[in-house]
Design a protein around this ligand. Structure first.
Ligand code: FES
Ligand SMILES: [Fe+2]
Length: 352
């Protein structure tokens, strides 16, 4: 008879609300993984830009005059002013909003008003801090660490699985929403990687789903939910694929809808989830119904995670156990967190 394997401990409760732990996760996890900042459509013309906040690092992506994409930290090399303070738009030049230093789209410092043209300020040493940028299926991603794998390597088997479904470019973009919550990004991730809670937390969704094959994928580091919809609901039919890609990218595919989300940790114990929705041309009514349904599901998840977070912070619960049968995805997600925290720290802040 096989000896039973010992059960896996959950992550320690303190990790979900400790500021030092969050600082480690910013560097060891979020700085070295790719982060969804927006849609390629938003960056069609030279000078188009979008901004984002990568776990506390403000960044922006801009289309240059050669039609390439460039990304930088949104911090001026003079006294750390911002170049942009809105979500996006079109600009002629990269100008700091504090004292007007001007940078080229390549990040090089061009003008520093008030500093003598031939003086002691070596402009070549004060370019913007670059960030890596790549696109995939109409989406724009950034990565802070220079040595991290490229986007497609990072995606691993997500690329192969997603190719069976329509991409953002084949659908019409409908809307973007954000939901904030006083819960740690890991509590939301733990929840998103298992279907164990479905009958208890999601009454309507549970009726619409007739079966789900939930599997961790090593190549790309994600949990895939291969879902069969029973067809009892108007908004969810046939089959679907949900993905939780480490550390915080959620992808929901079906033939009739595309919904992609980026989990944005704000600090220990607080996060925002940003969601984008696309649908086939002419499917506006269906799209609105799907979106409303999806936002309900998100609120159900957030609702339970907020309560979990309060209990993790209260101080009686220290750690629990995970079911190998019901929570393989959460076991996998927590393993990836532990492994990421054991690696060597990334090198950040190499100037352009
Ligand atoms: S901080 Fe940017 S010009 Fe002063
Ligand atoms: Fe859920």
């Amino acid at each position: 008879m096989a000896t039973p394997q010992p059960l896996t401990d959950t992550l320690p409760a303190a990790w979900y609300h400790d500021a030092d732990q969050f600082e480690r996760e910013r560097r060891m996890i979020f700085a070295r993984n790719w982060w969804l900042v927006g849609r390629e459509q938003q960056l069609a013309q030279a000078g188009d830009y979008v901004t984002a906040n990568v776990a506390g690092w403000p960044v922006f992506v801009v289309r240059d005059r050669e039609k390439g994409l460039r990304a930088f930290h949104n911090v001026c090399r003079h006294r750390a002013g911002p170049l942009f303070t809105d979500e996006g738009g079109r600009c002629q030049t990269l100008r700091c909003q504090y004292h007007g230093w001007i940078y080229g789209f390549d990040g090089s410092l061009r003008t520093a008003p008030g500093f003598p043209e031939s003086g002691t300020l070596d402009k070549s040493k004060f370019g913007l801090f670059p960030v890596r940028v790549e696109t995939w299926r109409g989406l724009v991603f950034v990565c802070l660490e220079e040595a991290a794998p490229d986007l497609m390597t990072w995606m691993g088997d997500v690329g192969r699985l997603a190719d069976e479904y329509p991409a953002a470019q084949t659908f019409v973009f409908m809307d973007e929403t954000t939901v904030e919550g006083a819960c740690d990004w890991k509590a939301y991730g733990d929840n998103s990687c298992e279907g164990y809670h479905l009958p208890f937390v999601h009454g309507a969704l549970n009726k619409a789903v007739s079966g789900a094959d939930i599997r961790p994928y090593e190549n790309g580091g994600f949990v895939g939910f291969h879902v069969d919809y029973g067809g009892t609901s108007d908004t969810r039919a046939n089959k679907g694929l949900w993905i939780y890609k480490f550390p915080g990218l959620l992808l929901h595919y079906s033939d009739r809808a595309l919904n992609i989300e980026q989990v944005e940790p704000d600090r220990a114990g607080a996060m925002t989830i940003r969601s984008w929705y696309w649908f086939p041309e002419g499917e506006e009514a269906y799209g609105r119904a799907y979106m409303a349904d999806s936002v309900d599901v998100m609120h159900e998840d957030m609702g339970v995670c907020l309560k979990v977070q309060k209990n993790l912070e209260a101080g009686i619960y220290q750690s629990g156990k995970l079911s190998p049968e019901k929570e393989p995805g959460t076991i996998f997600f927590q393993r990836l967190i532990r492994e990421a925290l054991e690696a060597d720290p990334p090198r950040l802040g190499l100037a352009a």
